[in-house]
Design a protein around this ligand. Structure first.
Ligand SMILES: N[C@@H](CCC(=O)N[C@@H](CS)C(=O)NCC(=O)O)C(=O)O
Length: 200
């Protein structure tokens, strides 16, 4: 059985919401671990096999998976019947992977640069900027409720997650706002968010 290493109110909460959304909570072990937090609380947990003691981390026997995009791919492939992914052979497999890699390789770095107030020609050349990210999202959502069309998928869960955890960063782009609100209203996302916020 796969094991997810998780710490409440962190990036691994997205994967817990995915597991609930896919209704596979009885097929994945969730181990809660401590992490070092930005406010100085917490500490690396020796029980966490992640090489940097980060979360999320997924183990399946000897196979170890880091990075949310990769974990989303592995879980949605493994439990394809749950319908949140686009398995090999699906006509949207490429678009599905493209959004997950865009999130990891571009969108999250851009959000972090923006929150940190960092700007540099090399960063702009490589990643573009927050406006470009929001334009990409708005273009994709023009005329459809979710990034891959009419159906909610794991890419909506992952790409909307940073705006849900930091609502004051929610951009003033109506189509993107409406999508973030739609994704936040998913029962699995709401239940994980409410449960974990209660622990704060
Ligand atoms: N790019 C990774 C980021 C993982 C990450 O930075 N997780 C944070 C929690 S939000 C963490 O574990 N921090 C603990 C530390 O830095 O020691 C992913 O998306 O999976």
């Amino acid at each position: 059985m796969p094991t997810l290493y998780h710490s409440p109110n962190s990036r691994s909460s997205t994967i817990v919401a995915l597991i609930e959304e896919m209704d596979i909570a009885d097929r994945v072990d969730i181990v809660t671990v401590d992490i070092r937090r930005r406010d100085g609380s917490g500490a690396p947990d020796p029980r966490n096999p992640h090489p940097e003691k980060k979360v999320p981390y997924l183990t399946i026997g000897d196979d170890h998976v880091r990075e949310r995009g990769a974990i989303v791919t592995v879980l949605t492939d493994m439990f394809a019947d749950a319908g949140l992914g686009r398995p090999v052979g699906d006509p949207q497999r490429g678009a599905f992977l493209g959004w997950l890699f865009y999130y990891q390789g571009v969108m999250e770095p851009v959000l972090v640069h923006s929150w940190a107030g960092l700007d540099h020609p090399a960063l702009r050349e490589t990643f573009r900027d927050l406006d470009a990210v929001l334009t990409r999202l708005a273009e994709a959502l023009d005329g459809q409720p979710y990034l891959l069309g009419t159906e909610y998928s794991a890419v909506d869960l992952l790409l909307s997650s940073p705006f849900q955890w930091m609502p004051d960063t929610l951009p003033d782009v109506p189509v993107v706002r409406a999508w973030v609100e739609r994704c936040a209203a998913r029962p699995a996302v709401r239940s994980v968010t409410d449960r974990e916020r209660a622990l704060l």
